[in-house]
Write a protein that binds this ligand. Structure first.
Ligand code: ADP
Ligand code: MG
Length: 233
């Protein structure tokens, strides 16, 4: 069986121009991610993790190279086609949650999908262990609960792909494990997760562990020790 590629980048390169010269954030990244897989990309601060997710999510045009999302070349589209592809297929989760502070939990989740019914959003909150919290504001929740609300917002449109930028970076170990379990069950149901992290807490949930270093991606061989420097992909 041929695995369907949800993401395929070719020669993905991003160079930022700054007053102090050019910064190469991504260098010729070729990355394929198959449907139903959980991939974690490790890398230190400044290694290009956020840049990679933004480019894959259709929010940052590469300097060169291409990004295909479910087979379609994102940056060959018009801006409105790209926005449509993003909202149809991609859910985002961020380290700092990015919830709207003056909306309640149910309203924040419904922001993720215009047509999602109240019942669907309530059911999702139940799955995420947030029943009874629907009318609370984000400020009334723990960090772990806030991130589960953000997961609800990402999941409510039933995207093919979740892009998660250090989603456990601000959470205690128990809350991290809970968020990772929810991401993992999204994969078990056929969803695809690409997350980036500077820590290794997601390794146990991941099908693949990649490393981003100085804008280049390498992959651990299956069963390799974490100290293995990785092989080029
Ligand atoms: P990470 O998420 O791994 O910390 P980033 O993708 O945010 O890394 O950044 C990669 C490199 O690109 C860093 O050197 C960062 O300073 C630089 N960078 C990121 N965004 C911009 C920007 N908008 N303008 C200029 N440089 C940027
Ligand atoms: Mg980042």
């Amino acid at each position: 069986m041929v695995t369907e590629q949800i993401i395929a980048t070719r020669g993905l390169t991003k160079t930022y121009g700054t007053r102090r010269g050019e910064i190469s954030a991504l260098k010729e990244v070729d990355l394929e991610v198959g449907r139903g897989t959980f991939t974690c990309v490790h890398g230190p601060s400044g290694s290009g993790k956020t840049t990679l997710l933004l480019a894959i999510g259709g929010m940052l045009r590469p300097s060169s190279g291409s990004v295909r999302l479910l087979g379609d070349d994102l940056y060959a589209m018009t801006p409105s086609e790209r926005a449509r592809a993003r909202s149809d297929h991609v859910g985002f989760v961020f380290q700092l949650f990015h919830l709207v502070p003056y909306l309640d939990v149910l309203e924040n989740v419904r922001l993720g999908g215009g047509e999602a019914s109240v019942d669907a959003a309530r059911a999702l909150l139940g799955d995420l262990g947030l029943s009874g919290r629907e009318t609370h504001r984000p400020s009334e929740l723990s960090a772990g609960e806030r991130q589960r609300v953000a997961l609800g917002r990402a999941l409510v449109r039933r995207p093919a792909l979740i892009l998660a930028d250090e989603p456990t970076g601000n959470l205690d170990p128990d809350s991290s494990a809970e968020v990772l379990r929810h991401l993992s069950s999204f994969c078990d149901a056929g969803g695809t997760v690409l997350m980036v992290s500077h820590g290794s807490d997601a390794d146990a949930y991941s099908d693949r562990v990649l490393h981003l270093s100085d804008g280049r991606v390498t992959e651990d061989a299956p069963g390799a020790l974490r100290s293995d420097p990785g092989r080029p992909i």
